[in-house]
Design a binder for this molecule. Sequence first.
Ligand SMILES: [Fe+2]
Ligand SMILES: [Fe+2]
Length: 318
Amino acid sequence: MTTTPVEADWDNAPSVLEGARTLELSPQDCNLPYWLRHVAGTMLRRLSDGSVPDAGPTEAVRTPGPLRDAIIDEFTFRHLAEEKATRALSFAVFHSPETDDLEFFATQLIDEARHARAFREHLLRLDLSAAEIEAAVAHTAATSAAAVLDPLEEFGLQVLRDQGDFHGGVLVLTVLVEGVLAPAAELSERKWRPLDPSAALVERGANMDEIRHLAVGSSVVRRYLTEHSEQRPRLLDLVMEGRRLWEKLPMQEVLFRRESLFQEGLAQHAGLIGDYEIWPGRRLVDTSIEERMEAAERWSRETQETRLEYMLLSDAPR
Ligand SMILES: [Fe+2]
Ligand SMILES: [Fe+2]
């Protein structure tokens, strides 16, 4: 009988906010046997054998309207982000200095490919046909993903693929990609729960993986900087360059549009949501577009700061 580590335990894993800030895991902890046993063997099995209850999407997201548009916008964007992460990770696998790194990043690559599929497949449960999903993905790819994800991908690939810089690439993936997207995913999990419990479940499953990715990615950078302190200025520059890039990306506009659709749907389906609280003491129906965006922004700033501190890069100028 093997005991499931807390981060791979459906019933006890911390939220992405808590876990992404506090959990300590290394590639040695999360190697291939770990993944086969605890992720494929327990986490994923429980998701497919029905022991994690899935109430399915409500009528509110299955009928055409602003809520359905909001989730299509969000899940096609996530699908594309996860696919890009999968492709970029092939270079992290290629440039892995040690076997444990190679094994861990190979599992992360599979995790992200699974997420890409889960986000896309969820749209089938909202009664979209395969052709409609394809069209929606193409639309997002040409609009919000082209504006936000393409420049980020290019930045990551310059470091990982073109320069073959493994540690720089892990830093970019951990701080600038996962560190920013994970807190947004936490918001998503919370806001969809009463409207589309199975969308929240897709997010939850992905988020449990992201906690591991964030924790291991930051331990890789920490260890590297502990052994090679002369590399700190170079990695600090990379964080700064990445932040300058983020500032130029229209992520806030993308989020504003998405949250505006959600807000419209919120007003239409207030009765269904009732007193459900998005965080303690705050009913989802009472929240505004700006309030939800500010929460996600604050969570990602805090997650980034905690992780940078752990990686010995806390003095990265903003
Ligand atoms: Fe992912
Ligand atoms: Fe990830």
